[in-house]
Design a protein around this ligand. Structure first.
Ligand SMILES: Cc1cc2nc3c(=O)[nH]c(=O)nc-3n(C[C@H](O)[C@H](O)[C@H](O)COP(=O)(O)O)c2cc1C
Length: 200
């Protein structure tokens, strides 16, 4: 059975909810799925003053080498100034050994994000992570247009061919919508299915 890792960072829970939806999709495909967080690296006063909180139901990643134990990895992180946050970048910067060993070459990789505004940098954030995945040699799985929910302007919604997304709104109070969670599940299912095929 294929094993997929969902690895994410979240300050306010949106990306964490998306991670659970991605994992649901992976499991729907018949693959196994673990959810892990990357460590917080912001100074304690920032964490406190800005009210960051972490979903303790999701264990911290055991270390960079753990990535090699999986047949596919889905990375999620909220937008920071139109690119990935330092917490995820910091973890990725410890992955030199994983890169050197080629442990992820050919394995499916995908990404998801959250931002406050609709055009505040979701696609650039997705690509800032995809760049890293390509350096690992991963085969990128996008949120293809088989997920029809990303089309249309009938409602405010995230979702892009480059990955699953949600919009938290200007005050961060908006929660992932049913459509956005469905996009995350679709992406997870595609990664699970692809991981099984590539691992066989
Ligand atoms: C330092 C900082 C920079 C941010 N930059 C952006 C940005 O460029 N565009 C945007 O729409 N939201 C931006 N945000 C809002 C975050 O993307 C938002 O809090 C996040 O998507 C919520 O996801 P989370 O609940 O998983 O943390 C920023 C937030 C912080 C703290």
């Amino acid at each position: 059975m294929a094993r997929v890792l969902v690895l994410y960072y979240s300050s306010y829970g949106h990306t964490s909810q998306m991670a659970e939806a991605v994992a649901d999709g992976v499991r729907e495909s018949g693959a196994e799925c673990d959810i892990r967080r990357v460590p917080e690296t912001a100074p304690a006063e920032i964490v406190e003053n800005f009210g960051f909180s972490h979903n303790e139901n999701h264990p911290l990643i055991e270390g960079p080498d753990a990535l090699g134990n999986y047949d596919g990895v889905v990375f999620g992180a909220p937008t920071r100034f139109g690119r990935l946050p330092s917490q995820m970048a910091s973890f990725l910067d410890t992955c030199g050994g994983v890169w050197a060993s080629g442990a992820l070459i050919g394995k499916p990789g995908a990404v998801f994000t959250s931002s406050n505004s609709q055009h505040g940098g979701q696609e650039t954030t997705l690509f800032s992570m995809i760049t890293n995945l390509l350096h690992f040699g991963m085969t990128i799985v996008g949120l293809d247009y088989g997920f029809e929910g990303q089309n249309g302007v009938d409602e405010v919604k995230g979702g892009a061919p480059y990955g699953a997304t949600t919009i938290a709104g200007p005050d961060g109070k908006r929660q992932p919508s049913d459509t956005e969670l469905a996009g995350a599940r679709y992406l997870g299912k595609r990664v699970g299915t692809t991981a099984a095929k590539l691992a066989s």
